[in-house]
Design a protein around this ligand. Structure first.
Ligand code: NZQ
Ligand code: ZN
Length: 399
């Protein structure tokens, strides 16, 4: 097991009506900046419920946080936060708004006018503002993790920032907030959470049976309840997928294991360059990446095949290959693309993707640091040309 330190101070309030706990968890005398996105919370009633619970505390609002939030917008929010002397940031939204809030909390505490480089080096100030979260889209786990993924439009970069100081103080997870989500966003959430588990599970095998067992429980839950969520959006399905997405990326399953975030880093490049939804940038890449890294990942892929997909026949290599096929079929069942050919008019240029990774200093990806520009170009080529994908789309249950 790799040595680790784990501290997750975020208080989670989970269940129907969780938003009502806001007044209890907001400090009594704080000045609040309410951060939100494109306005969905004003249409589905969440804004009104939140405003009521903020009560008499002075509060200011900053809307318009983009999907894949922009650094330049967060600098504007920081100006308002300073002007109004707020001392608490309340994120109401999905991963984009939450990431922006956590990053904003640090920006406000930085004296520099352009703290990008400092924060990229994980040099977060001690006195960053506390953040609270009302989650409206389960997917990223951002509500109780240290990460913000931020896009700079001037630098042409989409990259992760991280500091344990940025973990929210509390997160309210009410599955009824998911009722206004489109099938498209629900599917994105399931696929994103699924890949978060795989990036911490299908890596070099280690002595971590507890983490692996937990990964298998989360994956099994998403496989069982993801399709039900899309079909019925039932309470049980909302509860199970919301909790699974949180557990997939709150630090627990990744503790002590070697992690491989290469699918995510290539995906961020695809999103920055082509505007592809985060989850869809992952489903396009991950199966080909696993086929490319087959020998290195074979052992864990075989375990995944047997324990999660309940494949019983075949040796390790056969089960591992079937497990990749099953993963791809699951992404297709959720309606997310599994090949660049599924992306409509978008034509992916390997050179542009590699250039993004080079700008981001991400030229040695994977748990062994051996996925560089040449390997990324090969993976993109395999994703485009994968011959077995066609067969999969016609037969989801084929072994
Ligand atoms: O902008 P609003 O009006 O809020 O609408 C959003 C947005 O259009 C809408 N939405 C959210 N909740 C809704 C709703 N619409 C109706 N009803 C609701 N209850 O959904 C759209 C997508 O929202 P967004 O927050 O962008 O989605 P998601 O939660 O998937 O977040 C994606 C961002 O998180 C980053 C991604 O890279 C991307 O920038 N990630 C953050 C991670 C982290 N912090 O650990 C890890 C992830 O791997 C990921 O990279
Ligand atoms: Zn993700």
């Amino acid at each position: 097991m790799v040595n680790f330190t784990l501290s997750n101070p975020t208080t989670i309030v989970f269940g129907r009506g969780a938003i009502d706990a806001l007044s209890e968890h907001l400090p009594a005398d704080c000045r609040v900046l309410l951060l939100y996105g494109g306005g969905s919370i004003k249409h589905n009633g969440i804004y009104d419920r939140v405003a009521e619970k903020i009560g008499d505390r002075p509060f200011f609002e900053f809307g318009g946080i983009e999907v894949n939030p922009h650094y330049e917008t967060i600098l504007n929010a920081a100006q308002l936060a300073r002007e109004k002397q707020v001392d608490f940031i309340l994120a109401v939204g999905g991963g984009s708004v939450i990431d922006a809030a956590k990053f904003l909390a640090a920006v406000v505490a930085c004296p520099e006018s352009d703290p990008w480089g400092r924060l990229r080096n994980e040099d977060y100030p001690d006195d960053i503002l506390p953040v609270g979260v009302v989650l409206t889209l389960p997917a990223t786990g951002s509500e109780s993790n240290p990460v913000s993924v931020i896009t700079s439009t001037t630098r042409h970069l989409k990259v992760p920032f991280s500091s344990d100081r940025a973990r929210p103080a509390f997160a309210l997870l009410d599955p009824d907030t998911m009722l206004s989500l489109s099938k498209h966003q629900l599917a994105n959430g399931v696929v994103d959470a699924f890949t978060h588990v795989l990036e911490q599970y299908v890596t070099e095998q280690g002595n971590t049976p507890i983490q692996y067992g937990y990964c298998e429980a989360i994956l099994g839950t998403l496989i069982e309840w993801g399709p039900i969520l899309l079909e019925h959006n039932s309470l049980e399905a909302r509860e199970n997928t919301m909790w699974a997405a949180n557990q997939a990326l709150n630090g627990l399953i990744g503790s002590g294991v070697r992690q491989d975030w290469s699918t995510h880093m290539i995906g961020h490049a695809l999103t920055e360059i082509y505007g592809i939804d985060h989850a869809r940038s992952l489903s396009v890449i991950m199966p080909s990446l696993y086929r490319f890294k087959f020998e290195q990942k074979k052992q864990m892929l075989a375990r995944y095949g047997r324990r999660v997909w309940e494949l019983t026949d075949g040796d390790d290599a056969e089960v591992a290959m079937l497990a990749i096929n099953r993963t791809e079929a699951f992404f297709a069942e959720m309606g997310t693309p599994i090949s660049p050919n599924d992306l409509g008019s978008i034509v992916i240029s390997a050179d542009d993707v590699v250039a993004h990774l080079e700008r981001a200093n991400q030229t040695g990806l994977g748990e062994h640091g051996d996925i560089g520009p040449h390997e990324v170009a090969t993976i993109l080529g395999m994703a485009k040309n994968g011959a077995d994908k066609v067969q999969i789309r016609h037969s989801h249950t084929t072994n």
